[in-house]
Design a protein around this ligand. Structure first.
Ligand code: IPE
Ligand code: IPE
Ligand code: MG
Length: 246
């Protein structure tokens, strides 16, 4: 497989925004206080991505597993999503951000679903930066929904089973139309993927930082991008082969 040398600025960045609870605990405040504080960090990374020329930013806001949290925390998060959608969409729209939600959106109540759809429709024509918010999202869910679409296409007689290959199945995965995931960041010190973009992460560069999400700012993103720019992406080849082709 020949791969063009990836640019030094990642085209597509994904972030597991982790550490809100610990940030709040350190301040003797409820976990929801940390989630609220995380909104500022979201604004910071969006601004930084616009400035750096990143094309797509995918943020993990709520995992398919997070439904298992205490009911009051889930409720607080839903309230926060509603408030954030009511308050931030104007500003994002002004900045030319195209918003998209990925995940099992049917799991949300109607009021929230309507707001998500309205925000997507309103910003659909923007092209400065694509921001994807993953909610009720799981990487395994994504692979299952893509497989179901493949199976349905076969059942309709529009595709033969032997025609299903990586490229074809990949077309049904969330974010398939965007540049490939170049940089995967996780804040909050844990070194795990937690069922985020399993399919898409295959050849992403991973970056883990101890910084808790509410403390993550533009300088932190810059550091991650600088680190990324120093990586050699070999895609299975040798360093010598990469040097010749670049
Ligand atoms: C991430 O922060 C936000 C969500 C999962 C919604 P956490 O709430 O997981 O914070 P920690 O990991 O407990 O500090
Ligand atoms: C992952 O964080 C999900 C989000 C940041 C939205 P978690 O805090 O839920 O992950 P685990 O459970 O510690 O792996
Ligand atoms: Mg966590």
């Amino acid at each position: 497989m020949t791969q063009a040398k990836a640019p030094t600025v990642p085209r597509h960045v994904a972030i597991v925004m982790d550490g809100n609870g610990r940030w709040a605990k350190a301040r003797h405040r409820p976990r929801s206080f940390g989630h609220n504080a995380g909104r500022k960090a979201v604004r910071e990374v969006i601004e930084a991505c616009l400035r750096e020329g990143v094309q797509a930013l995918t943020l993990f806001a709520f995992s398919s597993e997070n439904w298992q949290r205490p009911q009051d925390e889930v409720g607080a998060l839903m309230g926060l999503f509603v408030r954030a959608l009511d308050k931030e969409v104007d500003e994002l729209h002004r900045h030319g951000v195209r918003l998209r939600f990925i995940g099992d959106l049917d799991a949300f109540d109607e009021a929230l679903r309507e707001r998500m759809h309205a925000a997507m429709t309103r910003t659909a024509g923007n092209d400065k930066l694509q921001v994807n918010i993953a909610v009720s999202y799981g990487g395994r869910w994504d692979i299952v929904q893509a497989s179901r679409q493949a199976a349905a296409t076969v059942a309709r007689g529009e595709l033969r089973v032997e025609q299903i290959d990586e490229a074809r199945l990949g077309q049904w995965m969330s974010l398939a139309e965007l540049p490939p995931l170049d940089l995967f960041i996780r804040t909050g010190g844990e070194c795990r993927i937690s069922n985020f973009l399993l399919w898409q992460v295959a050849y992403a560069e991973l970056y883990f930082t101890d910084t808790l999400w509410p403390d993550f700012d533009q300088a932190c993103l810059r550091r991650a991008i600088e680190d990324y720019a120093r990586r050699e992406r070999r895609y299975g080849r040798t360093g010598e082969q990469v040097a010749i082709s670049s």
